[in-house]
Design a protein around this ligand. Sequence first.
Ligand SMILES: Cc1ncc(COP(=O)(O)O)c(C=O)c1O
Length: 419
Amino acid sequence: MLEKSLFGERLASGSGIEELMDDLGQALAGSHGPVRMLGGGNPAHIPEIQAVWRDRMTAILSDPPAFDRMLANYDPPVGNARFILALAEFLRRHFGWPVGPENIAITAGGQTAFFFLFNLLAGEFRNGARKSILLPLVPEYIGYMNQGLDPGLLRAVEPRMEFLPEHRFKYHVDFEKLAVKEDVAALCVSRPTNPSGNVLTNDEIRRLADLARSAGVPLIIDNAYGLPFPGIIFGEADPIWDENIILTLSLSKLGLPTTRTGIVVARPEIVRAVASMTAIVGLANCSIGQAIILPLLQTGEILRLARDVVRPFYLRKSRLALQWIRQFFDDRLDYHVHVSEGALFLWLWFRGMKISAETLYSRLKARNVLVVPGHYFGVGRTQDWRHGHECIRLSFAMDETSVREGIAILADEVAKAYL
Ligand SMILES: Cc1ncc(COP(=O)(O)O)c(C=O)c1O
């Protein structure tokens, strides 16, 4: 039996995100037969986007020095200098943000960026004080859970709920409950939110930014699905950055998850700290995603792809999934679907169902449908979370047959769960 350090106990004893990624990997490897994979966060293979990646690879292969540089040179820990320069110019040109290369660091995916940022800003301090990261709205991204080396690193505030017609609802930040006290090191939100597909309004984001600034702490905005890329936001929302905001971006949901490319846009001292952590933990990052994307940033083509290809693709998928829910679910049940404003997921709430979301998950798994039970997204909560046990997250990114069949089976199991 392996005797684990405290660090080992925290990081090597399993987690929701590990189970989720395992489920995803095994389902995609086809080891359980035909599985309707509505569980993980794998992006869709969008034909037009896949063609862009193939064209870029062909162009890189036909330029031997570029190919050799991409595969055979370590980048500095902060990231590839040409990529960072091109991204800074892109952000200045298109959004007018006052950023230079000193404001950008690359990480091994957004996931690693959060591990670094959370533990950099919060935890135990030299004077014995402890600070935490405050999530202004749960449910939040499952991958944040277990990332803190300090057990109490994440804390969360329950949202306000708005009930809407046709079995819809929406979360709002409850500003009355949101107090940024001295033991808060930073605020953090994903926008769009994983799992709910909520997009915090411009007004909510501005209020959060103001709150953070007046408390002297940064606001972290996790833009894994948002603007300017991959752009999976269905309504109107403005991208926002200033010196007090730490914006994280990722190439994953654009369609390059295996290149493990995360991007941190922040003030220089934070960027330098992230680069120092990369050096210690991993020396350097993978260069391939940066090499693929570089000219798309220089020409601005990445914006067109996000706006004209990625966004409409997921918008259509979201509308189809909602239509199938309407079609298959018994209208008399007390179920609620969060408004689908972005990202790849529907978040369903089965109020008053007789079984837990975990039991529902197991019953669905037995019928070859994978979803994620909602309690995993109660990040930063200490008490048991009844609401989370009544919710599930369902991805609509996979092929239409899987999503349609998965929703039909879900409707059947949910109807039994109310008996
Ligand atoms: C909200 C959110 N943040 C961050 C990540 C991390 O993604 P990656 O490490 O692939 O950039 C994900 C992945 O699903 C996510 O959903």
